[in-house]
Design a protein around this ligand. Sequence first.
Ligand SMILES: Nc1ncnc2c1ncn2[C@@H]1O[C@H](COP(=O)(O)OP(=O)(O)OP(=O)(O)O)[C@@H](O)[C@H]1O
Ligand SMILES: [Mg+2]
Length: 255
Amino acid sequence: MRIAVVGKGGAGKSVVSANLARVLARRGHRVLALDSDTLPGLSISLGAKVPDEPPLNDAAEQNEKGRWRLKPGIGPVRAVQRFATDAPDGVRLLQIGKTDKRGLVANRASHNAFYQVVHRLESAASLRDWVILGDLPAGGRQAAFDWAPYADHFLLVVEPTWQSMLTARRIIKIAGGMREDATFSLVVNKAAEDGDAERVREFLGVPLIAVVPVDDRVRSAERAGVALLDHAPQSAAIRAIELLADALDVGSIER
Ligand SMILES: Nc1ncnc2c1ncn2[C@@H]1O[C@H](COP(=O)(O)OP(=O)(O)OP(=O)(O)O)[C@@H](O)[C@H]1O
Ligand SMILES: [Mg+2]
């Protein structure tokens, strides 16, 4: 399972990816969650504590011509071992550096390392049976610049609003243009009324894989600073994400 989660800002990409990652990990999958957003999101939704300084800053260096490369001895497997951090339920989280007051320069090493690592995940035999799940930043920019080359499937997280639907349509064009073999499926999030999901599905013409209802407990978990899966494991949103995992998983694996 190699998935990139995409959609408009605020559509619910991080909530969906974090909970999907943990649900799959609880079922016995080894899960690598990839966070390429320079703003905070995924780690909070996962309930993961991450160091202030991104570990990946130690993974790359510049050569004499100023070009970034992974340090000697660091391939994709080593990078996951050394620079991913532990998240709940055994999920491993590989994170790009977040933008802070020092500007982009401070985390350039992590950005370059992240980009190079994701481009080499395919070649890592020992990661072949891992679930790789990337939470992309809002919009289509990273899809356009090939930040999710590992993904053979794009999960479009879409709210039943025109802004969200139009953005999703654009992302399909961009990602589909970049990656002709990629497939898409649709997660309608914050569904509030009958017909919401069907309307989005019809507009995008992409198979509908899950409908996550609007659920107050998503926000109450965030206000409490606790992951939704810990705050409200029986919530409607979690139940819907479990069904999404079922649909992706087709039979959970033995531990
Ligand atoms: N099913 C839901 N019901 C209610 N609120 C939700 C639901 N899903 C997400 N939200 C709320 O929507 C907001 C955005 O969610 P999230 O951060 O997951 O979106 P995102 O797509 O990752 O955003 P960004 O583009 O900024 O990374 C959050 O405040 C969250 O509480
Ligand atoms: Mg996010």
